[in-house]
Structure formats: structure tokens, C-alpha cells
Design a protein around this ligand. Sequence first.
Ligand code: ATP
Ligand code: MG
Length: 222
Amino acid sequence: NGKKSDLPLCISHLSFAYEKGHPLFKDFSLTLESGCHLTLTGRTGSGKSTLFKLITGLCLPDSGTIALFGMNPAAIPPKERRKIFGIVSQSFPMIDGTVRDQITLGDMRITDTMTASALRISGLYETVMALPQKLDTPFQDSLFSEGEKQLLSIARALVFQPPLLLLDEMNAHLDSLTEQKVLDALSRASSHRTVLSISHRLGKACQGPVLRIGEGREEGKP
Ligand code: ATP
Ligand code: MG
């Protein structure tokens, strides 16, 4: 108990810049204890999505360290990453293939039972089972509404039941009924997990502590 490798996320003294001289993060540290839910906020361009790229090993820190359960994310084999974290991004490209493929992304280790339980959490199970060929239905953009595509992306993130969930605020404008379905799905997905979420609007979706990032760079501006 209390080992560093138990911590879902431990960022210490992180510095990162895309462009020399314009750091997005300077000596940034953040630790998430198991089971905690933290919301990140900050204006457009403050580096919220970049932080997710760093956490998921898609970008490398200039200095400092990031550890997911004690592991360097960039050193985790890509095929194993989904077992550790699920990410729901601002955009979630659908791929060519069946409805099942949207969730498995072609990973043959994922059984239909795993796919079905992810769909149940996302609230899309009945919808998919009502399709002519169920999971085998060829995916077409017109098959699902924007909100249902968000639910699919939640199922995609959850299919390995990862302990850490990363939620980047979704862009699409949804009607309020659909938005409520997405919020309900996220709330089911978040229980018993460690959750780091990004939000501009600190509305009803946001519970628990909030961390505002990127304010330093704005100093002195009107
Ligand atoms: P938003 O609230 O609009 O989603 P954000 O806080 O998620 O913004 P990021 O997407 O992390 O912001 O971008 C932070 C800054 O880094 C922005 O100025 C952006 O233009 C820049 N940036 C993002 N990706 C790259 C990249 N691949 N190469 C160079 N600069 C980038
Ligand atoms: Mg972003």
C-alpha cells in the first residue's frame, strides 16, 4: 500500500513545448490517487489535449516524468495501453468495418462478451442489437446519430475495463435528451475508476475538484 506504482497517474516536474521558447508546461506536477475524479479546465490552447497526448505516450516530455501505475506511458506497448487507460477524445474517427470494429479497433483479443458489456455501460447495447446484423452490421456514418457515436466511443474506451479513464470534452452539439444519455453513460463509466476529464463548461457533468491549467502564460494580457 502507498507505493508509487499504485498511483494511476503521477506527473512530476513536466515541461513540454511544441515550439522552442513557447512552453505549454513548465515544471508541472499532478498526482491522481486511485478512484479520484479530477476535472481540468483552461482556455482554448492552454494545453489540455496536449496533456492527454503526454499521458498516453503520444508526445514525449522535454523534461520531467509521467508514470501510469509506475510505468512510462511511451514505453507501454501500444496494444497494452487500452488495458490501462481508456480515452474519449474530442474527435473519435470511426473506422472502415463493422459496428464491432468501431469498438475493438480490430483487436482479436476482444470477445463479443467484452464488447457487449462495454456497450451496456455506454447505453448502446439495445440499439446495436436492434440492427439487422447486430455487431456484424457494416458501419456507415448514417447508422448512428452524433450522440450515439459518442456513446460508441465511450464503449471503445471501456472495452478492456481500464482502471483509468481520460475524457476530453466532446465537441458535438447534442440535444438535451441525447446529452443526458451521454452524461449518464459517462457517469456509469466513471464509477469505480480514476477519471481525469477536460471541460470548458464546468456544468452538471463536473463533480469533484477542478484544476485550471495554463493561466501563467496569460499574465499581463487584458
Ligand atoms: P481546446 O480547449 O481548444 O481543446 P487545448 O487546451 O486542448 O485547447 P491543445 O490542443 O493542447 O489545447 O493545444 C495547445 C497549443 O498547442 C495550441 O496553441 C495548439 O495550437 C498547439 N498545438 C497543438 N498540437 C500541436 C502540434 N501537433 N504541433 C504544434 N503545435 C500544436
Ligand atoms: Mg483540446
